[in-house]
Design a protein around this ligand. Structure first.
Ligand SMILES: [Mg+2]
Length: 320
């Protein structure tokens, strides 16, 4: 199959600064790619999570010719950054009909995705969210990024949060790999019998698989960064998995897992444009039909109002 390869770069400002214990972002950069074969078009997005990977991706994208043969392109990208592989494989899946997007997915309402708490004012933010909740019988999922302040302070905040949430509010706590075993065990002990907790996300550093496995016996542990560093864990980890289609070599693997009703998967944004968002929505809707439905983490309140987030990829491409 002969392919025409095109790329365009983008950069946008997030509507609020995004901070976790390891990184802080206010802008997001990446590329939209377009593959054309005969009359068929597939779009993909190169959306590295870490700014330091942008240079590497730029260099590798420049190595891809405008006219490529499928076999050569597939061989060439094998050693490229996973985000480039993801973009090309996504576009190819679209061309080959391996994924067929729907027109609408209905993730725009507040309760359809996990709501990220502002870590500066966690409790007042939680109260604002509760106030905005149009129907208090509906359940909400909130996500709190921890290990940004000292642990003593955060444990006090945890007590406050727990005293303020009823059964209809679920809680996800993400340490982004910054806790040691002692702190993680303290939190696991506090939360292990609490029905409000979905999971502790990446409580220990990416490499401490033994510690994570032990903790997972006490309380549900979701791996995030560990899965990106050790993709083999996708087939081995027995607990929850935070999955990011734009960061995996081939999101078709994730698509097939969800189609085959694999459990304990939660879909997460890497702050993609409308191009990558199509995968997030499609996979999230499959996840919700699976054996362990959970709202995805799509950070809907972080995106500016821009053509970049339209549902029509052609319009995004043409205007970029
Ligand atoms: Mg995470």
């Amino acid at each position: 199959m002969n392919l025409i390869f095109q790329k365009k770069s983008y950069c946008f400002k997030l509507s609020a600064k995004l901070e976790n214990s390891k990184n802080s972002h206010h802008t997001k950069s990446g590329w939209i790619i377009k593959l054309t074969s005969n009359e068929k078009i597939g779009f993909g997005e190169v959306s590295p999570l870490h700014k330091e990977d942008l240079k590497k991706c730029a260099k590798q994208l420049n190595m891809i010719s405008s006219y490529e043969e499928l076999f050569n392109l597939s061989e060439q990208i094998n050693i490229f950054h996973p985000c480039i592989q993801s973009a090309i494989n996504s576009a190819l899946a679209e061309i080959n009909g391996k994924i067929i997007f729907k027109e609408n997915y209905y993730f725009d309402e507040i309760d359809k995705t996990a709501i990220l708490l502002n870590h500066e004012n966690v409790v007042s933010d939680l109260n604002q969210i509760k106030k905005r909740q149009s129907d208090i019988r509906k359940s909400l999922t909130i996500k709190w990024k921890v290990a940004l302040k000292n642990n003593h302070e955060e444990e006090a905040t945890l007590e406050e949060i727990l005293s303020q949430i009823g059964n209809n509010i679920k809680l996800r706590i993400d340490a982004n790999g910054s806790w040691g075993r002692e702190t993680a065990n303290r939190w696991a002990d506090i939360l292990k019998d609490n029905k409000n907790v979905d999971w502790l996300e990446q409580p220990l550093c990416v490499d401490d698989i033994e510690g994570l496995t032990e903790l997972n016996k006490k309380i549900p542990i979701a791996l995030d960064e560990s899965l990106l560093k050790f993709p083999n864990l996708i087939d081995e980890w027995k607990g929850w998995q935070i999955r990011r289609p734009s960061q995996e070599n081939n999101p078709v693997k994730l698509l097939r897992e969800l189609e085959n009703k694999k459990a304990l998967i939660s879909i997460s944004t890497s702050f993609e444009t409308g191009i990558g968002k199509r995968w997030l929505y499609h996979l999230s809707s499959l996840q919700l039909q699976g054996p362990t439905p959970k709202v995805p983490g799509l950070a809907m309140n972080r995106f500016p109002n821009s053509f970049l987030f339209l549902n029509e990829p052609k319009k995004i491409w043409d205007q970029l």
